[in-house]
Design a protein around this ligand. Structure first.
Ligand code: ZN
Ligand code: ZN
Length: 112
């Protein structure tokens, strides 16, 4: 189960429908989290369990997750838990458009 977040920055940048977590229909080994791509200046949802993290939009490598997928992971657990995504709602993050730490995420619905 996962959910979606929207990101918004005071500069006017907005990212909608970024998926977080794992979907029921997804193959194992996928855990999506919002990431920043500094190549195409977008916040994107990428599979942070992949060996090489790539931007789904411009295919650039070196995309950085906004949250640590290993945070809150219980010992022996293969998947990041929901706890890993909680810091998303706590503070401002680097905006891919203006590079200020003023990107805020908000809950935008569930998906499965
Ligand atoms: Zn990109
Ligand atoms: Zn901004």
């Amino acid at each position: 189960m996962g959910f979606m977040v929207s990101g918004r920055c005071s500069c006017g940048y907005a990212a909608k429908g970024l998926m977080v977590g794992v979907g029921m229909r997804d193959p194992r080994g996928t855990w999506l989290a919002p990431c920043i791509c500094r190549k195409c200046h977008q916040a994107v949802s990428a599979n942070v369990q992949a060996k090489t993290l790539k931007c789904p939009k411009c295919k650039a490598k070196g995309v950085e997750p906004y949250v640590d997928p290993d945070a809150g992971k219980e010992e022996g657990e293969e998947y990041p838990s929901c706890a890993a995504s909680e810091p998303l709602f706590d503070s401002g993050f680097e905006c891919p458009a203006c590079a200020k730490k003023s990107l805020k995420f908000e809950f935008a619905g569930m998906w499965d």
